[in-house]
Every structure is written in structure tokens, then in C-alpha cells.
Design a binder for this molecule. Sequence first.
Ligand SMILES: C=CC1=C(C)[C@@H](CC2=N/C(=C\c3[nH]c(/C=C4\NC(=O)C(C)=C4C=C)c(C)c3CCC(=O)O)C(CCC(=O)O)=C2C)NC1=O
Length: 248
Amino acid sequence: MTLYQPFLDYAIAILQERLDLQPYPIPAGFESKEGMMGKGKKAEPVVTTSHAFQSSKLRQIRAAHVQGGNSLQVLNFVIFPHPIYDLPFFGADLVTLPGGHLIALDMQPLFRDDPDYQKKYTEPILPIFYKYQQSLEWGGDFPQEAQAFFSPAFLWTRPQRTEIVQTIVFQAFCDYLQAYLDFVQVAQPVTDSQRLAEILAAQQRYLNYRAAKDPARGMFTRLYGEEWTEEYIHGFLFDLERKLALTK
Ligand SMILES: C=CC1=C(C)[C@@H](CC2=N/C(=C\c3[nH]c(/C=C4\NC(=O)C(C)=C4C=C)c(C)c3CCC(=O)O)C(CCC(=O)O)=C2C)NC1=O
């Protein structure tokens, strides 16, 4: 059982329990991909598997799971609501590299500086945030331009010990996901056309930033090549623009 498998197993079990979950099409060639990291005797196989679902209110629920031995484990799990809801994105970036663990967990707001939006989607989860923030050290600096996409309840940490990831971080992941599904349960479709346009624009801003600045681009390019990587990023991981282009 690799480090982040329990996170993925828990997420899929809860999604199946709480949502009218349907499969989401994964482009051919991206369900599972094998590659090698390192040279000669040190070369290690690295497998990236993709998982994807959808539901009546959630456009895409998807996970990229990279398993490459003890020093390379990644689970990137993001939920993208249908752009007729003002729901935030659920974003989990769980990363283990030779240099250690890096954990980013948040409900990423569409309208970060809007007090009504914060009241609706950030204040209710601050108690969960404070509970875990107490036992998880702050992760330190991260790209200035990325800060616009994180909420005040952003759990950002670099745990020293794997045991912390398996216990406290796992619990935080479970609590954040359950709280997110509580928001989904009560979310009502937006009907105001101007607000709908603002929501779509906010979703596109986020998706385009993440597709352009994906911190995993270098890793995937080294493992699987540039062509596969760009298609994986734009055709699956952050595919809103592609989907919108199809509807035009
Ligand atoms: C809005 C931006 C945004 C992020 C950057 C991530 C949150 C996040 N992820 C990070 C780092 C990070 N994230 C990943 C992995 C992934 N990050 C992704 O968006 C996807 C799809 C990944 C893989 C499947 C890896 C491999 C690293 C380490 C990169 C390295 O050190 O070589 C960082 C550290 C800073 C960085 O290296 O850029 C942050 C802040 N979530 C977000 O929502």
C-alpha cells in the first residue's frame, strides 16, 4: 500500500456514498502510464494512474496518482464544480519527493476577496482549519501569483515525518472532503446571467493558471515526454477550455 493510496480509497468510497457518481471519460492512453526515473542501477519504475468521475453538480472529480517508490509519491486530487454553481474547487496536492513531503489542501475560492463568498465557503471550515493548523507547521513560501487562488483556510505544510502524513494529514483530508460535500449537498444552481458569466470567468482564470503553471510539468516531461505531458495537462488534468471549445 503506497503512501497516498488510503487517501484515494477513502475519497472514492465517500464520493460513491454521498453522490450520484458517474464515470468521467479518461482520454485513451492516460488511464495508466509507465516510465522510469533515474539511471542505471538506480532506475526506478514510475506509474501514473488517472481516476475520474462526475455527478449532477460536479463537472469533473479527478485524481492523478504517481507511484514511484519511496522517494516519489504524488496524489493530485481536484474537484471542479459545474460552472452554474458558485462552489469553490476542492484541491489536494499531496507530494513526496526525495526532499520530503509537501501538502497543499484547500477549498479554492472563485471570489477570494468577496466577504459574502468568504462567509459562505470559508468561515464554516475555519474551525477545521484551526484544528489541524495547530499540529502542522506552515509550509513556508510559495509562488506569489498562486496566492490569489488559495483561501484563508489553506492547509499548507511540509511534514518532517511520514507518520504525520499517514495520521494528521489523512484526517485533515477526510474532514475537508466531508465538509466540501456538505457544501455540494446544499448548493443551488445560479440563474442570474451576469453572475453565471462571472463564475465561468473565475473558473477559467483558475484552470488556465494551473494548466500554465503546473508544478508537475517538469516531472511528467522527464518521465513521459513533452507531447504526452501537454496532452495530459490540457486534455485531462485541467480540461475546461477543451470542453468549452467543443460546445462552441
Ligand atoms: C493555484 C496553484 C496551485 C498549486 C501550485 C498547487 C499547490 C502546490 N503544489 C506544489 C508543488 C508540487 N505539486 C506537484 C504535483 C502536482 N501539482 C499539480 O497541480 C498536479 C496536477 C500535480 C501532479 C499530478 C509536485 C510534483 C510539486 C513539487 C514540485 C517540485 O518541487 O519540483 C507547490 C509548491 C510550489 C511549486 O512548486 O509550485 C504548491 C503551492 N495547487 C494549486 O492550486
